[in-house]
Design a protein. Structure first.
Length: 344
C-alpha cells in the first residue's frame, strides 16, 4: 500500500520511479521529477483557440463553440468516451447533447431546470442499469471543461475579474453542478430501492404458491427459510386464498424448508388455528428431523392442531386412494388413514 501511494504521488507530479534490487546486496529506489515543476498546486489553464467569438453572453458563447466544447469533453472523459455509443444504444441517452443542455442551464442560473433534468437523468440511468462510475467521471469532466470555457470567455473578451466576483461566480456555478449531482443520485437510488422492493414483494408473493389438487383441496409447498416478513405474507395470502377458493383441506409441505426458528413454528401453530376457524383442515408434510427435535426441545407440537404426514407423496397417495374409493368427501382425506400420521 505504501508503494502504491508513493507511485500515485510521483505520477501526479510527472515523476518516475525505478528500482534495482539484488539478493544479499540490497534495494535502491530512484525517484526522478522533471526540473522546475515545483509543487505549487496550481495547474495551468488551457488557452483554447476560440478567438473567432467575441462579444455575446455566456449561453451564446457555449452554443457558438459547441464543437470545441464536445472535443474537450471527450478528451477529458477518457473512460466514458468509448462508451458513448453503447450508452446511446442501451438507453437512447445522448451524453453530448445532455452535457450541453446541462451547461446552458447552469450558466443561465436555471435552478428549477437543473433539478428537473437531474431527476429525469437519475431515473433513466437507473432504469437501464448504467454504471454510476461513468456518470461521475462524465459530470466531473463537464465541470472541468465548463470552467475552462469560462476562463477563455473572460480572456477573449478582455474581462478583468476581481477575487470577489470570481468567488461569487464559483459559488453559483459549482452549487448548481452539485445540485444536479445530488438530485441525480437521490433519484437514481430511489428508483433502484423501489425496484428492489417491488421485486422482493413479487418474490415473496411467489414464495407462497397454491397448487389446487381438487376443488376443495390445495397444496402449499414452502421452500427456503421462513422469517417474520415471509410469515406475514404467508398468513395474509393463506387466509385470503382459503376464503376466496373455499378450500376445505390445505396440505402444507415443509420438506423444502431449510431453516425455521421456534418463534416461526409457534406462529405457524397460531396460523393453523386461524385456518381451522375458517373451516379448513391442515395437513403438515415433510417435517425434517432437525425441525422435529427443535419442536420437542421447545415444547411445541402440532398435536390436535393438524395431521402430519412423513412426505407429500404419502399425502397424495392417500388422496388418490380415497378418490378411487369414491363416496369419500375431500374433507375426510388423511385424518383416518393408517400408518402415515405422525402426531407430535
Amino acid at each position: 500500500m505504501g508503494l502504491t501511494l508513493v507511485f500515485s504521488v510521483a505520477y501526479q507530479h510527472k515523476g518516475e520511479i525505478s528500482v534495482k534490487s539484488e539478493e544479499g546486496e540490497g534495494t535502491r529506489f530512484t525517484i526522478v521529477f522533471p526540473k522546475g515543476t515545483g509543487n505549487t498546486g496550481i495547474k495551468e489553464v488551457n488557452r483554447l483557440d476560440l478567438e473567432t467569438f467575441k462579444g455575446g453572453n455566456l449561453s451564446e458563447f457555449f452554443i457558438y463553440n459547441r464543437d470545441m466544447f464536445e472535443q474537450r469533453l471527450l478528451s477529458e472523459a477518457v473512460t466514458v468516451r468509448d462508451k458513448i455509443n453503447e450508452i446511446l444504444d442501451i438507453g437512447n441517452f445522448n451524453l453530448l447533447d445532455n452535457a450541453h443542455k446541462l451547461v446552458l442551464y447552469i450558466v443561465q442560473g436555471k435552478e428549477y431546470e437543473v433539478i428537473s433534468f437531474a431527476k429525469a437523468e437519475g431515473i433513466t440511468w437507473a432504469k437501464h442499469s448504467l454504471t454510476l462510475a461513468f456518470k461521475l467521471e462524465w459530470i466531473q469532466a463537464v465541470r472541468r471543461v465548463m470552467w475552462e470555457f469560462l476562463y477563455n470567455y473572460d480572456r477573449i473578451n478582455g474581462h478583468t475579474t476581481n477575487k470577489e466576483q470570481f468567488y461569487g461566480l464559483e459559488k453559483q456555478i459549482n452549487e448548481l453542478m452539485d445540485l444536479f449531482l445530488s438530485h441525480f443520485f437521490m433519484n437514481y437510488s430511489q428508483f433502484k430501492d423501489d425496484l428492489i422492493r417491488t421485486q422482493k414483494e413479487m418474490v415473496m408473493e411467489l414464495s407462497v404458491p397454491f397448487i389446487p389438487l381438487s376443488q376443495s383441496i390445495s397444496i402449499l409447498p414452502l421452500i427456503g427459510s421462513i422469517d417474520n416478513v415471509r410469515y406475514d405474507i404467508m398468513e395474509e395470502k393463506i387466509l385470503d386464498q382459503i376464503g376466496k377458493e373455499n378450500i376445505q383441506t390445505l396440505v402444507i409441505d415443509l420438506s423444502g424448508v431449510v431453516g425455521i426458528e421456534a418463534e416461526a413454528v409457534h406462529r405457524l401453530i397460531n396460523l393453523i388455528d386461524e385456518i381451522k376457524m375458517m373451516g379448513c383442515k391442515t395437513i403438515i408434510t415433510g417435517l425434517r428431523p432437525e425441525i422435529v427435535k427443535m419442536m420437542i426441545r421447545n415444547g411445541l407440537s402440532f398435536e390436535s392442531k393438524a395431521v402430519t404426514k412423513g412426505t407429500l407423496q404419502q399425502a397424495l397417495a392417500d388422496y388418490l386412494a380415497h378418490s378411487k374409493l369414491g363416496g369419500q368427501q375431500d374433507q375426510e382425506l388423511l385424518p383416518h388413514s393408517s400408518g402415515a400420521a405422525l402426531n407430535l
